[in-house]
Design a protein around this ligand. Sequence first.
Ligand code: DGL
Length: 269
Amino acid sequence: MLDPTLPLGVFDSGLGGLTVVREITAALPHERVLYLGDTARVPYGARSPETVVRYAQACARALVQRGIKALVVACNTVSAVALDVLRVDLDLPVLGVIEPGARAAVAASRSLRIGVLGTAGTVASGAYPRAVLSISTRAEVTAHAAPLLVPLVEEGWIEGEVPHLAVRRYLEPLARARVDTVVLGCTHYPILRPILEQEARAMLGEVAVVDSAHATAAELSHMLSTRGLLRTRGDGDVELLVTDRPRTFAELTQRFLGGEEREAHVIDL
Ligand code: DGL
């Protein structure tokens, strides 16, 4: 029997997954979160599925060893290629970001023409189309890789003409497919949400922008309460583990998580 007072384990290829933690702490203020960012090996988005699976198993092991009650895979690329392996490996509930994102997209879409932006790995895996089609066989999914958006966010280029131009280019195939819903299928894209919304509306008119981080926090809340794992009192907190301390650590954690400056423990996997 898992102990509801244990922390939730959350991991990502780097610090971008803190966008998922931000949604989790907003939805579940009593939960303790143990977050691992594999900052020594980020980015995962252009790596082979075999490598991503290996990295994901190492991250999951490090969190399980420290004692967690459930695992949230905040990284879309890992959720796309390694979720089934982690579910077989681990003896606790495992939630990824793709299924919640797909469900939220189907709920938001009227035409069921759904667009997805993600890393090259996420798009190549076909995980979002598969997840959407498992909910509605009438849906048509256009998924497109938007690799430049990750370094733009990491570098803090989140305003001005450069991100606008990049976002417009990446939305073009989605506009040609006349989607009415765009899924932000990457940890970093919620930071560009205002620009993505503005450009998507300019190109497509009325369009829903679905954030898989937000959808995942809502499903996590449901999953914890149905399994008797919800922590209903006490202060929540977030403990950060990283595999390397990036030069811009403070800047990145504030960009992705908000709030005050944070410390992190560096661990080896
Ligand atoms: N966390 C990754 C994702 O959500 C983006 C960064 C990376 O490529 O590692 O797919």
